[in-house]
Write a protein that binds this ligand. Structure first.
Ligand code: FMN
Length: 211
C-alpha cells in the first residue's frame, strides 16, 4: 500500500503540515509506504493546454508538460491512497492545488465522450484547515468543498474530507493587525481542539490504509 501525502499550504510546519504529518504517522502505523510532498517546493503551473494528452496514439493519464508536477501526477496514478492537506484561501482551495487538479483531471478526461481514462483506484482524503469556526464550516464550506473537490473523483477511490477549524494563524496576534480575531479564543481552541484534530488526522491516515 503506497500513500502520497501532499501539503498544498506554503507553510511547511503550519496547521496543515502538522495534520498531514499526523495522517502520515497513522498510515505508517497501518503498514503503508508513504511519500510526503511539499507542493510549494515544486515549480509548475496549471494546465498549459498543449493537448499532448489528447493526441492520437499517446498514452493516457499522463501529463506531457515537462516540469516538476508531471512526475508527481504519475506517482499519484500509481498510488493506492492520496491525502491532500489544504488551507482554505478565500473560501476556496489554494491556487497551487487548483493547478494540480487541472492537470490531473485534464489528462484523465476523454475529449471523445468526457469519460474517464483512469481505470485504477486511488483512495483520497483531503484535510482542510481554516480560520472559520466549525459552525461556519458546516453552514458554508462543507457542501461547497464537497463540490469543489469533485475532480478527485477521476481517481475512482472516493474522497473523504477532514476539516480542522478555527486554526491558530500566528503565535502572537499582538504583533499583527489582525483585530478580527480573538487571540485568547484562538489559543484556547489551539490547546483544546487542535490536539483532537491531530488525533483525528492520525486515524484518518490509518483508516485510509486499513479500509
Ligand atoms: C491568503 C489567505 C486567505 C485565507 N482565506 C481564508 C478563508 O477564506 N476562510 C478561512 O476560514 N480561512 C482563510 N484563511 C486562513 C487559513 O485557511 C488558515 O489560517 C489555515 O489554517 C492556514 O493553514 P497553514 O497554517 O497550514 O498555512 C486564509 C489565509 C490566507 C493566508
Amino acid at each position: 500500500m503506497k500513500m502520497i501525502l501532499i501539503n498544498a499550504s506554503p507553510r511547511k510546519n503550519g496547521n496543515t503540515a502538522q495534520l498531514l504529518k499526523s495522517a502520515q504517522k497513522g498510515a505508517l502505523e497501518a503498514g503503508a509506504e508513504t511519500e510526503y510532498v511539499d507542493l510549494f517546493d515544486l515549480t509548475f503551473t496549471g494546465c498549459r493546454s498543449c493537448l499532448a494528452c489528447k493526441r492520437k496514439g499517446m498514452k493516457r493519464c499522463h501529463c506531457y508538460w515537462k516540469d516538476d508536477l508531471s512526475p508527481l501526477l504519475d506517482r499519484i496514478f500509481e498510488a493506492d491512497a492520496l491525502v491532500i492537506g489544504c488551507p482554505v484561501y478565500f473560501g476556496d482551495i489554494t491556487a497551487s492545488l487548483q493547478a494540480l487538479l487541472e492537470r490531473l483531471q485534464f489528462c484523465c478526461m476523454s475529449y471523445d465522450d468526457y469519460s474517464n481514462y483512469f481505470t485504477g483506484h486511488v483512495k483520497t482524503g483531503v484535510i482542510l484547515t481554516m480560520n472559520a469556526p466549525e459552525s461556519m464550516y458546516e453552514a458554508w464550506y462543507r457542501e461547497a468543498f464537497t463540490k469543489r473537490l469533485r475532480g478527485l473523483g477521476y481517481l475512482n477511490g472516493g474522497t473523504q474530507i477532514l476539516p480542522s477549524c478555527d486554526t491558530l494563524q500566528v503565535d502572537d496576534y499582538s504583533k499583527y493587525n489582525m483585530g478580527s480575531f480573538n487571540e485568547s479564543h484562538k489559543k484556547r481552541v489551539h490547546q483544546t481542539e487542535f490536539p483532537r484534530d491531530l488525533e483525528k488526522a492520525y486515524s484518518f491516515g490509518k483508516q485510509l490504509v486499513s479500509e
